[in-house]
Design a protein around this ligand. Structure first.
Ligand code: NDP
Length: 292
């Protein structure tokens, strides 16, 4: 059986470090601040934002949620973003997606000052990532690297295969693995003979949004498997008939892999804590405070 990589425990460890970092900054009169714009009707978004705000509170980060009415226009949201860009107390701006359907999400995201882009989605942030300049890296990919490093996985020289090429997960995690000196292959829906490619992987990142598609047959014995997928699927034996599922079929994969992240409790907890890390990092970079 594979070793379980406990994302909750790793996230708790990082949370502890961030709390100490925030305390040190506050002792110097600097309080990092995060503002979330919640301008959508997705109930899951509301839960995510509540969790983010709660973690800010726990860590001593100043937090604020702006909830414009459902009639808000793109121009009005751009005005809010402009005000937050200019506010020196705001270190991080997070635009929770999806936005109300009348809003041009791309324009709003592009308007966020890259120095405050704690989601790491702005093209300037992506450019900094590609060229390895200081900047803000999107939270889920950064969290995946933390899981690997803190679990003692050797990345340098490893064959890493990333299944999924989205701008928010697949591409940035592939770049981060490359910067850690892995030999990286990126797969997608047009990849021919996917199991043959994934079978090459010492480190396999599954970020395809296809519940439980990656079975044990896709995995090289002893490989490290990181399951990014989060889907709700029907399960008559689960409470309310639904349960969370990753992109990896855990029972067959864990019989072959050397180590594996569970869903839930793997990558998910890292995503939120890395947002806190980014808020503090943004604060230090923008306000010129030296690293901890
Ligand atoms: P996207 O839908 O944006 O991208 C999915 C990628 O997977 C695409 O590149 C697509 O290929 C590829 N793909 C889809 N089907 C197949 C297939 N059958 N074979 C090979 N490749 C395939 O998803 P995201 O990157 O946004 O998210 C991926 C998963 O991660 C989702 O389950 C999402 O919920 C989860 N997630 C979890 C987070 C967390 O905190 N735990 C955070 C973010 C996402 P193509 O480009 O060719 O279409």
């Amino acid at each position: 059986m594979a070793k379980i990589l406990d994302g909750k425990a790793i996230a708790a460890e990082i949370q502890h470090e961030v709390a100490a970092d925030v305390a040190a900054l506050r002792a110097r009169g600097i309080q990092p601040g995060l503002t979330v714009i919640l301008a959508g009707e997705d109930p899951a978004s509301q839960l995510y934002v509540r969790n983010k705000m709660r973690m800010c509170e726990t860590l001593g980060i100043r937090s604020e949620t702006i909830t414009p009415p459902s009639t808000v226009t793109t121009e009005e949201l751009l005005a809010i973003v402009a005000r937050l860009n200019a506010d020196d107390n705001v270190d991080g701006i997070l635009v929770q997606l999806p936005l109300f359907k009348q809003v041009d999400s791309k324009r709003v995201l592009m308007a966020v000052d890259p120095a405050k882009d704690v989601d790491g989605f702005h093209p300037v942030s992506i450019g900094n990532l590609v060229t390895q300049r200081p900047g803000l890296v999107s939270c889920t990919p950064a969290g995946i690297i933390e899981i690997l490093k803190r679990s003692g996985v050797t990345i340098a020289g490893a064959r890493a295969v990333v299944v999924g090429r989205s701008d928010i997960v697949g591409k940035p995690v592939a770049l981060l693995l490359l910067h850690e000196n892995a030999t990286v292959t990126i797969c997608h829906s047009r990849t021919r003979d996917l199991p043959a490619v994934t079978h090459e992987a010492d480190i396999l990142i599954a970020a395809l949004g296809q519940p439980e598609m990656i079975t044990g047959d896709y995995i090289k014995p002893g490989a490290v498997v990181i399951d990014v997928g989060t889907s709700r699927i029907p399960d008559p034996s689960a409470p309310k008939g639904m349960r969370w599922a990753g992109d990896v079929h855990f029972p067959s994969a864990s019989a072959v892999a050397g180590a594996i992240t569970p869903v839930p409790g793997g990558v998910g907890p890292l995503t939120i804590v890395m947002l806190m890390v980014n808020t503090v990092k943004a604060c230090r970079l923008r306000r010129g405070a030296p690293p901890a």
